[in-house]
Design a binder for this molecule. Sequence first.
Ligand SMILES: Nc1ncnc2c1ncn2[C@@H]1O[C@H](COP(=O)(O)OP(=O)(O)OP(=O)(O)O)[C@@H](O)[C@H]1O
Length: 451
Amino acid sequence: MSRPGPERTATGLAGLDCDPGETLLSVRDLRTYYESGDLIGGQPVKAVDGVSFDVKKGETLGIVGESGCGKTTLGRTLVRLEAATGGEVRVGDDDVTQLSGEDLQAWRRNAQVVFQDPESSLNDRMTVGEIVREPLDVHDWGTPAERRARVRSLLEKVGLQEEHYYRYPHQFSGGQRQRVGIARALALEPEFVVLDEPVSALDVSVQAQILNLLMDLQEELGLTYLFIAHDLSVVEHICDRVAVMYLGNVMELGPTEELFEDPANPYTRALLSAVPEPDPTAEIDRMTLRGTPPSPRDPPQGCPFSTRCPVKIRPEGFEDVDDETWEAIEVFRETLRARSRAERSLSEQAREFLGFETRFATVDEVVEELFADRELPGSIREPVDRATDLARDGDEAPALDHLREELGSVCDHEPPAAHGVDATARESRCHRHDDEYEEPAAVGPSVGDAE
Ligand SMILES: Nc1ncnc2c1ncn2[C@@H]1O[C@H](COP(=O)(O)OP(=O)(O)OP(=O)(O)O)[C@@H](O)[C@H]1O
């Protein structure tokens, strides 16, 4: 069978040949779960838990969020390095998650990854020429002479010299190794490239060079990038649009400038307010988030961010309870949740949430510390007492269910839908965008620079 050589123009999948600005990938309700290693009954890790967005041809879409929120899994699922558990990734009429045979080969040629750590992602026993040529060999691209010529032109394209062909990765600096990784990713002329933290392992002085190279290559080759990063300043610099992930969900997605200037979602606001200001005298209200993200094995039933959200909606009838009392209830719930995970002892968790040095051994001591000095109305005292009884017997799950039933709001019960939040098609998932509630910005601390 004849294989595509250097002259080939068709990508192999009709949907990839769309025009710049048109939708290249249409991701719908995509889920990727990792099955638990337990023999029976373990919950899967819901690394990507129902995300929907489009990627437009020629754009750079940033994916940001804290460690463990599912960025890498999302990128790997899009290029079929991980199998999706559910949902779709449409390219024209094809669903990438279902491709097999030649169509899957065509997708694999067209969807490549540049990995974070050029130290470990390149095989140290192969020469640079062999590393870059390997995908051409695997896909039986052109003739051997054409492959060698292609590797030389790729090395030049990424700023390396011809004589580097016969060297080994360990003879190179981190920046040079990442250039090799980029050349390899581009060998098969892909349309779509996942850049998974491509500069975070590099010296700051080298980062800009690699980012400039990536931007030049994008322009020259019409590439579409998914740019995964936790460094927000890099994202602001390089991305056209940004998706903010939390616990396997996209909380907000929109054009970079608008999203950074006026973040709509409480999580985006918290994430941006955690970025150190270049001017330390600038007065901004920093949002500090309580606790740690919930386990992706057991995400909250309502809004993914509900357990830590600083502007969580109160349930009806509790609006007048003072903030400290309400905070104590949320800390109680968070402590029970941590205890049910049993990853760390209750005392460690409680100390972290409360900032106390005291050791807590029992639920009663936590309750005493949180509520002893407070006048609790019966509508709060009763569910707290009931939950304490349940938790005392080691039943945190029913205790939490009870608290959610009695003291939970819409944020605890329903996942928020995506709301359009400005004229740029930006979307944010938060119940506060419903007309009946105040917007996050109206009730929470302000975010952004104070120039
Ligand atoms: N192969 C795997 N098996 C089981 N769980 C996994 C696997 N890979 C990732 N996870 C889990 O899935 C969740 C998402 O991980 P992922 O690496 O996608 O997040 P991330 O946002 O890219 O994090 P980081 O910024 O630290 O790379 C985490 O809880 C992680 O522990």
